[in-house]
Each structure stands twice: as structure tokens, then as C-alpha cells.
Design a protein around this ligand. Structure first.
Ligand SMILES: NC(=O)c1ccc[n+]([C@@H]2O[C@H](COP(=O)([O-])OP(=O)(O)OC[C@H]3O[C@@H](n4cnc5c(N)ncnc54)[C@H](O)[C@@H]3O)[C@@H](O)[C@H]2O)c1
Length: 256
């Protein structure tokens, strides 16, 4: 029986999009469980025992980053794809420009695909081949949104489909691939948006959230650690719900 804190003992865990609050929270948790964390981000950062700066939407930079990880750490066991972007110009299909769509797809989908492409290639070289990939998607991809972020939702839907395909394709070679159907997580940016919209509007939105609150960084990090570990060894090709029940709820009364 492996002790809970050491579920990831000695495992090389790559976090792509590491410098965000979510990336840092996940790094802390994976290290606590014994993982050797390597962070990659396009912003300069110091997350992990090896911190790489790279634009993960550019294939040559992804190739270099993963070659360096193979050289320095020898293997990759876990890959958490967290890079992403939202833009104010991303609205309905009628209003959104092609420039906005390209930027959103590059940051949310292309980064994830390229890291899967080169990260899974590394995992297949482990002896025996083995690894767990966790991709950041959104609960929104299974729903129609009246106030759409069209490009973001479509890019996260592409991430979900990529994850199902890869999880199915590589299951018998020891590689698991899951996507997180993420609901609202309490990052400073999200808190700031909700602080700006006013009390009534905030309450209107919270009515659709069974818990009446955002998820915490710790709850997200704990779920990533579970999906990274062998405790989730029979879980693959899933849209793993981390949304506080939003997808299961029709409407929720404000108070009981
Ligand atoms: N915060 C939430 O409530 C929420 C909800 C649903 C999904 N998500 C997803 O979770 C992930 C993290 O969200 P966040 O709120 O921490 O976002 P964030 O913008 O704070 O972090 C994203 C990180 O990705 C990095 N990044 C973006 N493009 C990159 C590129 N081309 N190359 C390398 N790094 C790149 C950024 O530098 C940043 O560090 C995103 O994929 C987001 O879509 C978040």
C-alpha cells in the first residue's frame, strides 16, 4: 500500500502553463505527493525543479522543451496541460474576429495538442511504456451558452475530443489521457471579474452552482494528483467533472 502523500514518489510531472495560479497550485500538490515537477510557460517563471520558458504553440519550441526534459530527467510520467487564454473580443460567432479565434485556438488547443504529441512520444519510451496526461477543458463544451465565448468553447471542445481519441488510442500501451471538465475555479482573475459585475448579477450566476461557490485551487490540485496517480489507473478517455455539480443541475434555489 502506497502512502497517500507519496502516490507520485519519483514520478516526473510536467506542467505546461505552469506560471499561472492554477499551475503553481498543482505544482505544490504534485511535489507534496513526491513528484519531481518540471514547469513550462511562455512567461519567465521558477515553477518546478526545472523551469523552462517556451511558447508551446510553436512546435519547434515544444520539441526543444521535451528533448531537454528527456535529457535532464530521463522520462516523463505525468503531463498536465494547463496553458490557456481568454480574450474580451471572444463573443458570439457573429461578433468574433478571425484574429481572436486564431489566438484562442493557439493558446488553448494547439498547445495541448503539441504537448500531447511530444509528451506521449516520451511516455511511450518509458520501460514499460506508461504515463498519465491531464488536459484542461471546460464544463461549457457540453452545453449551449447564451452569452458565448465562441472560440474558447470550441477550442475546449477540441481539447475534449483530442483527449477521448488519445485515451482510446493509447490505452493498451499504458498511456491514460483524461480531460478536466472544469467549472469556475477561484483564481484572482475570476474573483476580480465577479467583483466587477455587482451583487445581483453575482447572485444570479451563483444560483446555477449547487455549492453556491467557486472550486478552490486545492480542490483542483487534489483532483489532478488523483488523475496523475495509479489510484485512477482504470480512468481514461474521460471528461472528468470538476464543476461543483453545475452540469447535473437544472436550477438551484439561492437559499434553503
Ligand atoms: N480559472 C477557471 O475558473 C477555469 C475554468 C475553466 C477552465 N480553466 C482552464 O484552466 C487553465 C488555467 O486557467 P487560469 O485561469 O489559471 O489561466 P491563466 O491565463 O492564468 O494561465 C494560463 C497559463 O498558460 C500560459 N500560456 C498561455 N499560452 C501559452 C503558450 N502559447 N505557451 C506557453 N504558455 C502559455 C500563460 O502564460 C499562463 O501562465 C486554462 O486552460 C483555462 O482555460 C480555468
Amino acid at each position: 500500500m502506497v502512502s497517500l502523500e507519496k502516490r507520485l514518489d519519483g514520478k516526473v510531472c510536467v506542467i505546461a502553463g505552469a506560471s499561472s495560479d492554477i499551475g503553481q497550485a498543482v505544482a505544490r500538490r504534485l511535489e507534496l505527493e513526491g513528484g519531481i515537477v518540471i514547469g513550462i510557460d511562455r512567461q519567465n517563471h521558477s515553477v518546478g525543479s526545472l523551469s523552462i520558458t517556451a511558447d508551446l504553440s510553436v512546435e519547434a519550441e515544444v520539441v526543444d522543451a521535451f528533448a531537454r526534459i528527456r535529457r535532464d530527467a530521463g522520462r516523463i510520467d505525468v503531463l498536465y496541460n494547463n496553458a490557456g487564454l481568454i480574450l474580451p473580443g471572444d463573443k458570439s460567432a457573429i461578433e468574433t474576429s478571425t484574429e481572436t479565434l486564431d489566438l484562442i485556438f493557439a493558446a488553448n488547443f494547439r498547445t495541448t495538442w503539441l504537448c500531447c504529441k511530444h509528451g506521449i512520444a516520451c511516455m511511450l519510451q518509458n520501460d514499460p511504456a506508461k504515463g498519465s496526461v491531464i488536459n484542461s477543458s471546460s464544463f461549457l463544451v457540453g452545453m449551449g451558452a447564451a452569452t458565448a465565448q465562441m472560440a474558447y468553447n470550441a477550442a475546449k471542445a477540441a481539447v475534449a475530443q483530442l483527449s477521448r481519441d488519445l485515451g482510446t488510442q493509447f490505452a493498451r500501451q499504458g498511456i491514460r489521457v483524461n480531460a478536466l471538465a472544469l467549472g469556475p475555479i477561484a483564481t484572482p482573475q475570476l474573483e476580480a471579474v465577479f467583483a466587477r459585475i455587482g451583487e445581483d448579477e453575482r447572485e444570479r450566476r451563483f444560483q446555477h452552482m449547487p455549492f453556491g461557490r467557486f472550486g478552490t485551487l486545492e480542490e483542483l490540485a487534489g483532483t489532478v494528483a488523483y488523475l496523475a496517480s495509479d489510484d485512477s489507473g482504470f480512468v481514461t478517455a474521460s471528461m472528468f467533472p470538476l464543476d461543483g455539480g453545475i452540469q447535473g443541475a437544472f436550477t438551484v434555489p439561492a437559499s434553503r
